[in-house]
Design a protein around this ligand. Structure first.
Ligand code: WT7
Length: 545
């Protein structure tokens, strides 16, 4: 992998002096240009450091860094020595990080100051820590700058088999425990490289910008591996779209003359709120293709993206895929999707029967392709149960889908217990488990509610052990953030004296969803053990967090 994305360009392709990344820090005063040759040199140094620390082929390395060049350097250094990287999004809590370190049994953690809380060190005693920027040092920690300076900048790549693991990336599981999705070297290289080239119609003089965080699969594929495999020039942005002003995205597009821009509907909806004024100050004429990913894009956001950002001349590519899969769409002026090469979707009904023509049902895939995940780390059984048990012979995405008369696939959203908050997948069980950790909670149920910017947000029903307890919303919100991270911050907490259940004790989430959305027409309630509960919950709806 590392040879293909770096050495090949520097040594065979004469791209050594080409810019691999324009790094733009959170503050507009911080920026830096990194060429392919410089990147290769940093990666080799870092690879040597990791080896020096005892990391060997097949070992796992956890990475918990913000969007700084060290993140890309470390992931590629792992690839170079055949170590398996496990990147944890920096917006996750230290507890979430810890859980992922333990599951992967990583031997080294690479992290930066301010992010890590003291406790995590105590829990993960076996982790040797390698630091960038400032951070409290422990006995076996080493400082990035010091070790990198003294490290040789040549490192023979470890030659890997096509099917060797490249990385683990954790994604939410419906049970609440994150699943370590495993991708392999050759298939992942092929699919990130091809989708990047064809979906975004890559040309050598492009400046490409994917605004995702590398802590998610989109960043892995479309900031690191896909662009580098194509010898592309990318923008690597550490900051937020609205800092220090709401025109930051547009300013960066003008500054680097970005030609291909890839972002999420949640970002578009956020920026739409500020109107067209912030865009008018900047020259966006370099833009040629716009991409969207992460959740179904609503027509209003699509129109604004196409007409205001793309000035009506840039095709919008809607790319549907998952941490587990690699597939995407067609460049078109409409916002539906065609399958990518090698991907064979099908739509099934509840009984697993395939539906033809214009239809709607479960989105599944008929056969594997090189870019699909290989297993869940150390849990092949869970892999089989999660993706292949419901409809034998098919990979189940968990999404609903509609096919129109022209053969376009329209993703309608999750049809399992997963939520999509700002393009981040989360399971209701995960948030419920976090709430239940609080000593005063006896029961919790979490459902989604539509949100103007986030797409969906969390609406939590909480039953207290002691009914007389006063409102503790703020405490619960804090404990979910502590346990999972700020991305899982609930928007609504409702005290529920009781939850609507069937006679067999199953919580009826359909009803809770309707209460959260204030939809009064509840239909048949006869299966409820105690229908009166519903009325009480409606009367006490929560209108704010
Ligand atoms: C889920 C996967 C793709 C990387 C980021 C998320 C939803 C993703 C789209 C899209 C409609 C989409 C699906 C999918 N999703 N892209 N273009 N249109 N829905 O990766 O966290 O693994 O989430 O995100 O529900 O199953 P992820």
């Amino acid at each position: 992998m590392c040879y293909n994305v770096l050495d090949r360009h520097v040594k065979e392709g004469k791209l050594g002096e080409k810019v691999a990344y324009y790094w733009e820090g959170n503050s507009p005063d911080h920026h830096m240009t990194i060429t392919y040759r410089q990147l290769l040199s940093h990666v080799c140094r870092c690879a040597n450091v990791l080896k020096q620390m005892g990391v060997k082929r097949g070992d796992r390395v956890s990475i918990y860094l913000p969007m700084i060049p060290e993140l890309i350097v470390t992931m590629l250094a792992c690839a170079r020595i055949g170590a398996v990287h496990s990147i944890v999004f920096a917006g996750f809590s230290s507890e979430s990080l810890c859980e992922r370190i333990m599951d992967a049994q990583s031997s080294v953690l690479v992290t930066a100051g301010k992010l890590l809380q003291h406790q995590t060190y105590a829990i993960c005693l076996d982790v040797t820590c390698c630091c960038t920027r400032s951070c409290k040092m422990k006995l076996r920690d080493v400082w990035w700058d010091e070790v990198m300076r003294d490290s040789p900048d040549e490192c023979e790549p470890e030659w890997m088999d096509a099917e060797d693991p490249l990385f683990i990336l954790y994604t939410s599981g419906s049970t609440g425990k994150p699943k370590g999705v495993v991708h392999t070297v050759a298939g992942y290289l092929l699919y990130t490289s091809l989708t990047f080239r064809y979906v975004f119609d890559h040309h050598p003089d492009d400046v490409y910008w994917c605004t995702a965080d590398i802590g998610w699969i989109t960043g892995h594929s479309y900031i690191t591996y896909g662009p580098l495999a194509n010898g592309a020039t990318s923008v690597l942005f550490e900051g937020l779209p609205v800092h220090p002003h709401v025109g930051r995205f547009w300013e960066i597009i003008e500054k680097y003359k970005v030609t291909k821009f890839y972002t999420a509907p949640t970002a578009i909806r956020l920026l739409m709120k500020y109107g067209q004024e912030p865009l008018r100050k900047y020259d966006l004429s370099s833009l040629r293709i716009l991409g969207t990913v992460g959740e179904p894009i609503n027509p209003e956001a699509w129109r604004w993206y196409h007409e205001v950002v793309g000035q009506g001349r840039c095709p919008v590519v809607d790319t549907f895929w998952q941490t587990e899969t690699h597939l995407t769409s067609n460049p078109d002026f409409i916002f539906q999707t065609f399958p990518f090469f090698g991907v064979e979707p099908a739509i099934l009904n509840e009984h697993g029967e395939e539906l033809e023509g214009v239809t709607e049902g479960y989105l599944v895939f008929r056969k594997p392709w090189p870019g699909i995940m290989r297993t869940i780390y150390k849990n092949q059984e869970l892999f089989e149960n999660t993706y292949f048990r419901k409809f034998p012979g098919f990979y189940v995405t968990g999404d609903g889908c509609r096919r129109d008369k022209d053969g376009y696939y329209w993703i309608t959203g999750r049809i399992d217990d997963m939520l999509n908050v700002s393009g981040h997948l989360m399971s209701t069980a995960e948030v419920e488990a976090a709430l239940m950790l609080h000593q005063s909670v006896s029961e919790a149920a979490v459902v989604s509610r539509p949100h103007k910017v986030k797409g969906e947000c969390l609406y939590c029903f909480v039953t207290l052990k002691d009914r007389k307890n006063s409102d503790q919303s703020a405490v619960f919100i804090f404990s979910v953030r502590e346990k999972i991270g700020p991305i899982a911050t609930p928007d609504f907490i409702q005290n529920a004296p009781a939850l609507p259940k069937t006679r067999s004790g199953k919580i009826m989430r359909r009803i809770l969803r309707q209460i959260a959305r204030n939809e009064k027409d509840l239909g048949d309630l006869s299966t409820l053990a105690d229908p009166k509960v519903v009325e009480v919950l409606f009367n006490q709806r929560s209108e704010a967090a």
